[in-house]
Ligand binder design. Structure first.
Ligand code: AP5
Ligand code: MG
Ligand code: ZN
Length: 208
């Protein structure tokens, strides 16, 4: 399976990716997670990415495409991949078509005006990346691994506003890009998490 998860910031890409990886065993690759890991480790890529992430802008294509190209060469991608947060503009989509074109692109459709609350209320595990929301979670330890649950630095109102604008300007056009290739499937991301997942399973099982 070569799968791309498309969706606005806060659409639930990471949340659903965890569930898809558990059920189908496909390798989950999140460019955002890769950048944050590099940042934590203080690598040159991490330091470069930080300047863009903090402003809610895209990290330059050459940096991002290189990271994905290298990651797709690893052994766990031999039978496929699930990309979360890549591609994010037409240039990246064209680059991916050259590296290893996806079979299916799942768009998680949401109302953009509901995303501010989702993102400013999000908390994430600093160890395993599990997502939580303050409306249903009040602790500070991850229920999966016991790691510290924190707020992402780019989940403040100002930066979220910029991320949503970047999505509308640069990423949303990919819906038409993949529709034209006949690869697009859509699920309703405004439903409850388990109901969104059930829709995804229906789409993925129909592929097999
Ligand atoms: P990235 O980490 O990819 O962030 P993003 O795209 O903004 O998406 P998020 O991770 O914020 O949202 P998500 O869809 O994963 O939602 P989640 O499941 O957590 O990128 C961060 C930055 O890195 C970018 O701004 C950019 O600078 C850089 N970057 C990354 N990739 C790049 C690329 N390709 N090119 C250039 N730069 C790049 O859910 C959100 C919240 O909602 C959680 O609290 C969750 O519990 C809750 N929730 C989820 N689903 C539901 C539901 N159905 N109902 C109610 N609540 C829900
Ligand atoms: Mg995410
Ligand atoms: Zn954890």
């Amino acid at each position: 399976m070569k799968l791309v998860l498309l969706g606005a910031p806060g659409a639930g890409k990471g949340t659903q990716a965890t569930k898809i990886a558990e059920k189908y065993g496909v390798t989950h690759i999140s460019t955002g997670d890769i950048f944050r890991k590099n940042l934590k480790e203080g690598t040159p890529v991490g330091l470069k990415a930080k300047a863009y992430i903090d402003k809610g802008q895209l990290v330059p294509d050459e940096v991002t495409c290189e990271i994905v190209a290298e990651r797709l060469k690893e052994a766990d991608c031999k039978t496929g991949y699930m990309l979360d947060g890549f591609p994010r503009n037409v240039m990246q989509a064209e680059a991916l078509d050259k590296m290893s074109a996806p079979d299916l692109v799942l768009n998680i459709a949401v109302d953009l005006d509901k995303l501010m609350a989702r993102l400013t209320g999000r908390r994430v595990c600093s160890a395993c990346g599990e997502s939580y929301h303050v409306s249903t979670f009040s602790g500070n330890k991850c229920t999966k691994c016991g790691g510290d649950v924190i707020q992402r630095a780019d989940d403040n109102e100002e930066t979220v506003g910029k991320r949503l604008k970047v999505y509308t300007d640069q990423t949303q056009p990919l819906i038409d890009y993949y529709k034209a290739q006949g690869k697009l499937a859509e699920v309703d991301g405004m439903k409850a998490i388990d109901d969104v997942f059930a829709e995804i399973v229906t789409v993925l099982d129909a592929l097999a």
